[in-house]
Design a binder for this molecule. Sequence first.
Ligand code: PCA
Length: 327
Amino acid sequence: MKIMLKSVLAAGAIVATAGVGTAQAEKWDMPMAYSATNFHSATGAEFAKCVTTGTGGAIEIVTHPSGSLFKGGDIKRAIQTGQAPIGERLLSGHQNENALFGFDSIPFLATSFDDSVKLWKAAKPTLTKLLDDQNLVLLYAVPWPPQGLYFKKEVNSVADMKGIKFRSYNTATARLAELTGMLPVTIEAAEISQAFATGVAESMVSSGSTGYDRKVWESLTHFYEVDAWLPRNYVMVNKDVWGKTSDASKNVITGCANLAEYTGYYRSIQYTDFTLNGLKAGGMKVGPASEKLVNELKVIGETMTAEWLKDAGAEGKAIVDAFKAMK
Ligand code: PCA
C-alpha cells in the first residue's frame, strides 16, 4: 500500500512538471560584453526576467555582463558553436567577416536616433538572413548613443590627431584611425580604463555612455560630440537551440525581445544626456567639435562610405538606398 501511494505521487509529480513547461526547465546562460550598469546590460537583464517569468520558469535566462563568461570578441562564436545558447554582441564587431555587418558604422550616414531606427528597418532583413546562414537567430537590437571623439588634449583639426594611439572597436574605427593619421589598437570596452591609465591608448571614438561606464575622466580630458554614427548591439540565439524550443516559449521570447528593442532604444536616448553630464561632472570638457574638424571628418566619412559600398556590394547598396528612401 505504501509503495503504491509513493508511485502515484511520483506519477502525479511527472504530470505536474510536464504541465508547466513542455519539457524540463532549462537554464540559458547569456554572455554580454559590457558593464552591468550599462543600459544594454540593464535591458538584457529585464529581457531575461521577462522570459523567465513568461515561460513560467521553463526557460530561465541568466545574464553574465562585463565579458565575464565570454569576452566580446568571443561571444558570437560561443553561440554559433553551442557553448552558450544566447548572448549579446556589437553587430559591427563582425565587419571583418562580412562588410554588411558594418552598415551601422558608416560615418555620417545615420546620425540621430530617428535615423538609426530607419537604417535598422532597412538593414534588418539582410542581417537576419546573414545571421541565419551562420546558425544564429536574431532576437533584438538596440543602438548605442551617437559616437564622439575622446582625447587627452584639445583637438581642433585632423592634423592635431596625428600619431595619437587610438582605441578601436571594429573595422570602421580602425580605418578612421588610419585615415586621420592615428595608430589604431583594438581593445574591448571592458578593458579600456586600464588601457587609458597605462597609455596603451590615448583616445577613442565611442558614446558618452562607454566613457561614463569606464570612468575615462581619470585619464582623458575632452569629449567632442561628433554624432558620427550609432552602432547597435544585438541579441542572438543558437539556431539549433531555437529549433528545439517549444512554440509557446518562442512566442514569449519573441514578445520579450520586441519589448527589449523598444525599451532599450528609449534607455539609450535617456542615457545620452545623463552620461554626457556624468563626463562633465568627472571634469571633462564636453561639447561639439570645431567646424573645421567636422568638415575634415566628413571628407574622411565620404572615403569610408565609398569603401564600404564597394566591400558590401549590391546588398549593401540596397540597404543604403532603402534607408535614403525613408528619409
Ligand atoms: N560603446 C561600445 C561600442 C559603441 C559604444 O558606444 C564600445 O566603445 O566598445
